[in-house]
Design a protein around this ligand. Structure first.
Ligand SMILES: *Cc1c(COP(=O)(O)O)cnc(C)c1O
Length: 230
């Protein structure tokens, strides 16, 4: 078994254990393998081990991998999880399946206009800044509700949920408070938009807590591929 395959198995065990403790079914928590800075061959190794969803942060790097792997790994589902500038929306609309970092209407409109109606609608998560840190991208919880009402009117997009990168902290109670706030916002918005089925939170270091707080999609890089070079 490859190292990547072993790491994947360990992450699945962590998800299963966390789900069990939270009284949830592990099939309700999806794993997104975060392959930023990793070569296409690492993505392929994870794919061979059964991993089919991958997250990327940098548009051009991702598009190179998407094209390189099109024939060898035909059914990969690609998520953009990094910041998106308007001059990159066309590449994203043409190549990705999901964008988790939508935080303004202008970007959503461009993605909608540039997504071919012959392709499946582009799945969208709104990035919410629960910590209120000025430096972080993402919208406030109240802005998320307004943006959702606009995004659902765009025919080439499908609003799927919320994504957050909580403020890094050693204080697990402070982290839990942020994750729970996101869960409550998600529950409230889901009542109005029942197609929202994705709450994207949790990374290598905090996936157990995120699963306890209702995450349906954990984004894991280091625990699968090893630590990244800065
Ligand atoms: C890099 C990254 C991850 C993965 O982080 P790890 O700590 O390596 O698991 C998850 N989400 C986002 C948005 C990232 O940029």
């Amino acid at each position: 078994m490859s190292t990547i395959a072993q790491h994947l198995q360990n992450v699945h065990i962590r998800i299963d254990n966390a789900a069990g403790k939270a009284g949830r079914a592990s099939r309700d928590i999806a794993l997104l393998a975060v392959s930023k800075t990793r070569p296409a061959k690492d993505v392929e190794a994870a794919w061979v081990a059964g991993q089919h969803s991958f997250g990327e942060n940098y548009v051009q790097e991702a598009v190179d991998k998407i094209i390189a792997l099109k024939t060898s790994c035909p059914d990969i589902v690609w998520h953009l999880i990094g910041p998106l500038q308007s001059n990159k929306t066309r590449l994203v609309a043409e190549h990705f399946d999901w964008v988790q970092t939508v935080d303004r209407l202008k970007i959503a409109q461009r993605l909608n206009d540039q997504r071919s109606p012959h392709m499946r609608p582009l799945n969208i998560c709104l990035q919410v800044n629960v910590s209120g840190e000025a430096s972080k991208s993402g919208i406030s919880p109240s802005e998320a509700e307004t943006l959702a009402n606009d995004v659902v009117r765009l025919p080439n997009l499908c609003l799927r949920g919320l994504m957050a990168i909580p403020e890094a902290t050693d204080n697990s109670e402070a982290l839990r408070a942020q994750l729970l706030e996101l869960q409550h916002l998600f529950d409230r918005m889901q009542k109005k938009h029942p197609q929202m089925d994705t709450l994207s939170m949790g990374m290598s270091n905090d996936l157990e807590l995120a699963v306890a707080c209702g995450s349906t999609l954990v984004r894991v890089g280091t625990a699968i591929f090893g630590s990244r070079n800065p």
